[in-house]
Design a protein around this ligand. Structure first.
Ligand SMILES: [Fe+2]
Ligand SMILES: [Fe+2]
Length: 309
């Protein structure tokens, strides 16, 4: 890890600085036309299947997050939070679009992203029919804690980024990670302001942990079983052994996830101001690696963001 990168430390102090930070909506043009995407775009077959499954979960999952938060926008009285909700909605809409493009490419390579997308859509539709809006919002806040925690591993740990062997895929995930970190407190703050039930919040987190792990492991297993190269016992065993040292499965990460169930938890307990400033500069500063890929905002995006607020 370089000295300039903040460390993922679950005990780092809360400043609340991120709460007042405006959330920028950036439309990117991530074209993949330079070279064909390699089948295995991560360091090994297993990680490629894991990332493909996670990517397949995102578009429908993030649409659900947006609906869950948007349902409450009229009850948000804090003008700063209202603006942040608009930024959150804009960022998630862009993530969904870019991951849909990426998922279509993964499907063409043989990953079952379309099937996973269908299953997520059906599962979330059942959830929205049978659970209250408060529970849907609690589900969103819990899953946003997962995405922000995993995102901040990617942003803080060069070893995690080194696992991406395709620069295009790394760009997509690092951009997504930055924005997940930037808006990590929005759904949580909306939940606190309009629901505020800490027992429900912790109960939903326990449920979500079970379903998130169950669905991710099941879909990854099915994806690997359908891939002759990835399912070879010697390959699979060697890849599974590497998980013991995976930066995403470390003790610090497990602590960060579990920390959510503290009654006085807040996402800004891990102060990300320095981390997000560093990555905004690396990606979108004058020398930023993605600076040339930001599209001008369309007029109707501004109208949509205003309507969302
Ligand atoms: Fe996202
Ligand atoms: Fe998010």
């Amino acid at each position: 890890m370089t000295a300039s990168e903040p460390v993922l430390d679950p005990s780092s102090g809360r400043t609340g600085a991120a709460t007042a930070e405006p959330i920028a909506v950036r439309r990117l043009r991530l074209d993949y036309d330079s070279d064909p995407l390699p089948k295995y775009f991560m360091e090994d077959e297993l990680m490629s299947h894991v990332v493909a499954v996670l990517s397949a979960l995102f578009p429908e999952g993030e649409d659900f997050f947006v609906r869950s938060v948007r349902r409450y926008r009229d009850r948000i009285t804090d003008p700063v939070l209202k603006k942040q909700v608009a930024g959150f909605i804009g960022q998630e809409a862009n993530h969904g679009r870019e991951h849909r493009n990426f998922n279509a490419r993964l499907q063409a390579l043989g990953y079952p992203t379309a099937r996973v997308d269908r299953l997520v859509r059906r599962g979330l539709a059942v959830n929205e029919k049978t659970r209250s809006p408060e529970v849907c919002l609690a589900v969103t806040a819990a899953l946003e804690h997962y995405t922000a925690t995993l995102a901040e591993v990617l942003l803080t740990d060069p070893e995690a980024r080194a696992k991406f062997t395709s620069p295009e895929v790394r760009d997509l995930l690092v951009w997504h990670a930055l924005e997940e970190s930037e808006h990590k407190a929005v759904a949580f703050d909306v939940y606190q302001q309009v629901v505020g039930d800490q027992t429900l919040r912790a109960r939903v987190m326990r449920e979500i942990t079970f379903w998130f792990l169950f669905d991710s492991i099941t879909q990854t297993t099915l994806s690997i079983l359908a891939d002759r190269d990835a399912r070879r016992p010697t390959v699979l065993w060697a890849n599974l052994k590497k998980l013991r040292t995976s930066p995403w499965l470390s003790k610090a990460v497990r602590q960060r996830i579990a920390d959510y169930n503290r009654p006085d938890f807040h996402p800004d307990d891990f102060d990300n101001a320095e981390l997000t400033a560093l990555w905004r500069d690396r990606l979108f500063g004058s020398e930023g690696s993605l600076a040339g890929k930001v599209r001008a905002p369309r007029a109707r995006d501004d109208v949509k963001a205003a309507a969302a607020a």
